[in-house]
Design a binder for this molecule. Structure first.
Ligand SMILES: [Zn+2]
Length: 484
């Protein structure tokens, strides 16, 4: 039911808007009902205090652009589970879990405390043992965002209301981060129908009454800007006995040392280089031959790829990039391609990847249409004094995967099949690691380096070690580490 302006005004006679708001707030906290006849300032003082932490088990399906296994699919539906412990003292503990694309799993723990946010990778592969940190102001905003998942808590902020409800019946308040916000109440039940703040809009439905009388929606639709809404299924329970350890990081993680060396091309030997120090944390690589230069992947934006292009210019002044090999057409691996337009290179991609590039490059596609070649089988690039072999690989992560091997530097270039974090030990591999090892064995390759787009470069021994850890995990847990 919508709270119309007429119904609000009807209820405003004879009492004030503030009284209406407090009465509605009280309706959501039936344990301690506010007496309507008291003056407003006294009622504010008697509003029930939120003192218990809540645990929210939440599920949704995210729509992720340009990350599907199949290049024909622009959007991938990714199931996301998260568990949020929200503490009224301004702390939260958020554990997220998602598996995509293919068998790759992400499991992160984010602790938001008044002094700031710390995030760690619970599976220790993408981020390894490194703690990523954000400042106190961000922690305050994220806590305030999370409070919109418990609309009954928002009602306590309505005491700051000034003036009339808006034409849509909504009431103004200031959220926990001090941002202007609005919410609308159902006139009959006093429950919050919707709220909005900081470009987000939340709609609440399927309410249940928790122990203690808290009214909590089981369905929350969260709209962020123009993006499609995330529809959360929420199971909430009071968590009054939360141990302090819930807000502590697990042992073994540490702050990553600052990368003081800055942007640089790290030699892999034999004329191949890997680019380190990009602000995104991604890597690109290249091999310089007497008759051409091949670049492997173009992450994550034209600006970053332009800085890679500038490094190549330093090492090979005046020479053109003759080939760009894209490991697969996921957005984060190809978005920098326009930075190579002046080189007019040939672009090598896996089967059916052209459509994904056309979609992502939009109006810039015309400049690339003639240059992008899909591989239908093994292919060799001739760079004069060196050759680079390419193999398409229909991976479970991306069906258009391409693996490259430069036999002069013995560097194997791959994207998203095998990861070793920058900081931390070799983690268990995903199923994609076996796909890579199968190819290395079938082609009798002898790589000195397995070079990735994420994390540090590894060796063949480390790939085998990661696969042994994966097998061990499957034996111990009865299920694959991130296995589909
Ligand atoms: Zn990918």
């Amino acid at each position: 039911m919508n709270l119309t302006r007429a119904s609000i005004l009807k209820r405003l006679r004879p009492c004030s808007l503030t009284v209406l708001v407090l009465a509605c707030a009280a309706a959501s906290f039936p344990a301690r009902v506010v007496a309507q006849e008291k003056p407003a300032h006294e009622q504010q003082a008697r509003l029930p205090r939120v003192s218990e932490a809540l645990q929210l088990d939440m599920q949704t399906e995210r729509l992720v652009g340009e990350q599907a296994r199949n290049p024909a699919e622009a959007v991938l539906r990714v199931p996301l589970r998260q568990q949020l412990l929200l503490d009224p003292q301004g702390r939260y503990r958020l554990e997220t879990d998602s598996v995509y694309p293919g068998p790759i799993r992400f499991q992160f723990l984010e602790l938001g405390l008044p002094e700031g946010i710390s995030t760690v990778d619970l599976l220790k592969w993408r981020q390894g043992l490194a703690i990523s940190r954000l400042p106190a102001a961000v922690a305050r905003e994220r806590w305030a965002d999370h409070e919109f998942l418990v609309p009954a808590w928002l009602l306590q902020r309505l005491s700051a209301v000034r003036g009339e409800p808006a034409a849509d019946g909504s009431l103004a308040f200031t959220d926990a981060a001090g941002r202007p916000a609005r919410l609308a109440l159902d006139g009959a039940s006093g429950r919050v129908l919707w709220a909005r703040s900081a470009g987000r809009r939340y709609e609440y439905s399927d309410y249940e009454t928790l122990a203690g009388g808290l009214q909590q929606p089981r369905r929350i639709s969260e709209q962020r800007g123009e993006a499609p809404a995330w529809v959360w299924q929420v199971q909430a329970v009071a968590a009054p006995n939360t141990k302090p350890a819930a807000y502590a990081l697990p042992a073994g993680y540490s702050d990553a040392p600052a990368d003081a060396a800055g942007l640089r091309a790290t030699p892999l030997g034999g004329g191949s280089y890997r680019v380190d120090g990009l602000s995104s944390g991604y890597h690109s690589s290249f091999s310089i031959g007497s008759q051409g230069i091949a670049v492997f992947d173009a992450p994550v934006s034209p600006a970053e790829a332009a800085s890679v292009r500038a490094l190549i210019e330093q090492l090979a002044p005046g020479r053109k990039v003759s080939h760009v090999v894209l490991s697969h057409a996921h957005r984060d691996h190809i978005a920098g391609l326009p930075a190579y337009q002046a080189d007019a290179p040939q672009v090598l991609v896996g089967p059916e990847a052209r459509q994904a590039l056309r979609r992502q490059l939009g109006s810039a596609w015309a400049a690339w249409d003639e240059r992008v070649q899909e591989l239908q089988g093994p292919h060799t690039l001739d760079l004069g004094d060196r050759r680079v072999q390419l193999w398409p690989l229909a991976s479970r992560h991306a069906s258009d995967m391409v693996v490259a091997y430069d036999s002069q530097s013995r560097a194997l270039f791959q994207g998203d099949l095998f990861y070793i974090p920058e900081l931390g030990p070799v983690p268990p591999a995903f199923a994609t690691g076996q796909e890579l090892l199968d190819l290395i064995q079938a082609q009798k390759l002898d790589p000195a380096w397995i070079v990735g787009v994420h994390g540090r470069s590894g060796t063949l021994a480390e790939l085998r070690q990661a696969l042994a850890l994966r097998a061990q995990g499957i034996r111990q847990q009865g299920q694959g580490f991130g296995a589909p």
